[in-house]
Ligand binder design. Structure first.
Ligand SMILES: Nc1nc2cc3nc(NCCc4ccc(CCO)cc4)[nH]c3cc2c(=O)[nH]1
Ligand SMILES: [Zn+2]
Length: 377
């Protein structure tokens, strides 16, 4: 089988942390990298040109959403998701498992797949490993995620073990599916916050990997309501045990603090709706900590949002203007705030990569964290 994604090259390490790169047919992916979420074929509120200026390595699409609306065959017939949304760079699509459980109602999970009601119009749909792969093949994404069952946080061990075993059987069915020759498949590890379950599942995945290699490994089942210290404890112990020669992707994470923690423990790829969702709610992530732009103290401020940020919002407008737009409920508030939060978050992983390549990551991380906690931003 031709390998559409090149082998992962580790370019620098600092303990478990690493800077690396791999090629897709739509360009290289330089890691560590934060991937903006474009659930319905758009990173909410910003144009492809604005996204290109932010410069993410990869963006995310969703099988569940795009399969329901506008439909994967429509996107295929119009040239695939890259053409449809005018994003020529690498795209990763999540497989739909998580979204079915977090969005749809009345779902029934069986060995064959999951039956669910659309959150849009209540119509009944069916998602199986094969159907998820078919949707992602029609979308033409560069990185395809296997269909897994993402257990809710705090699931008891016996139920977790049953769910993991099905996820492994579904992974086998995903691996057997003929994806497009430009597509790579990532496996998703489950096991909650239990190191022994995580390790058991990884061994099941590696048995399949030995026969037909996966192009990357994701850590799923986290950032689902479990206590942060339990997520971090598991990550610090488990992440370094993932194969070092393939990208490691931590799904649904996270805050700037989470990104630095994940990078320090060997995570290469991240995605989260947090930067764009917090932007729409007026919480801005800056080099000096969070800024709630609707706070009265910004009403007359002629300062830029973040003196260390060169994004379009920070180089063009004052805090007073961003405060006004948000208070007035203007659409531009979401756009400018999202441009900034994504620039900050993508920029943070880019700066971490540079620090790793220049062998100064511990100092970079320390300074970054100290600056978040200094004066009122
Ligand atoms: N296929 C698959 N996809 C996932 C996506 C996930 N996304 C998360 N967490 C995101 C949680 C999350 C949701 C919203 C916000 C914004 C708050 O302002 C932040 C985090 N965990 C996840 C786990 C999985 C998983 O096991 N399998
Ligand atoms: Zn900015």
């Amino acid at each position: 089988m031709s390998c559409p994604l090149s082998p992962f090259q580790v370019e620098a390490t600092c303990g478990p942390a690493r800077a690396g790169r791999f090629e897709t047919t739509r360009g290289p992916v330089l890691t560590p990298a934060f991937m903006p979420v474009g659930t319905q074929g758009t990173v909410k509120g910003i144009t492809p040109a604005q996204l290109a200026e932010i410069g993410p390595q990869v963006i995310l699409g969703n099988t569940y959403h795009l399969g329901l609306r506008p439909g994967d065959e429509l996107v295929r017939d119009l040239g695939g998701l890259h053409a449809f949304m005018a994003w020529p760079g690498p795209i990763l699509t999540d497989s739909g498992g998580f979204q079915v459980f977090s969005l749809s109602s009345l779902r029934k999970i069986k060995e064959e797949g999951v039956t669910f009601q659309s959150h849009i119009d209540g119509s009944t749909h069916f998602l199986s490993p094969e159907r998820s792969m078919e949707i992602q093949r029609n979308l033409g994404s560069d990185i395809v995620m296997a269909l897994d069952e993402c257990p809710p946080g705090r699931m008891e061990r016996p139920a977790l073990e049953t769910s993991m075993a099905r996820t492994t059987r579904w992974l086998q069915r995903c691996r057997a599916f003929p994806l497009g020759e430009r597509q790579g498949l990532f496996a998703i590890n489950q096991g909650g916050v239990h190191m022994d379950l995580r390790t058991r599942h990884l061994h099941e995945i590696l048995d399949l990997d030995a026969r037909t290699p996966f192009q990357g490994f994701a850590v799923g089942g986290l950032s689902v309501g479990e206590p942060k210290d339990e997520m971090n404890a598991l990550l610090s112990e488990f992440t370094p045990t993932l194969p070092a020669d393939r990208p490691r992707y931590l799904m649904g994470v996270g805050t700037p603090e989470d990104l630095l923690f994940g990078i320090a423990h060997g995570v290469d790829l991240f995605d989260c709706v947090l930067p764009t969702r917090e932007a729409r709610h007026g919480t801005l992530l800056t080099s000096r900590g969070r800024v709630k732009i609707k706070n009265a103290r910004h009403r007359t401020s002629s300062l830029p949002l973040d003196p260390d940020c060169n994004c379009y919002a920070c180089r063009t407008f004052t805090r007073a203007y961003l405060h006004h737009l948000f208070r007035a409920g203007e659409m531009l508030a979401s756009t400018l705030n999202s441009i900034h939060n994504l620039s900050y978050t993508v920029g943070l992983t880019r700066a971490a990569r540079r620090a790793l390549l220049e062998n100064r990551f511990p100092d970079f991380a320390r300074r970054t964290i100290d600056q978040w906690n200094t004066e009122e931003p």
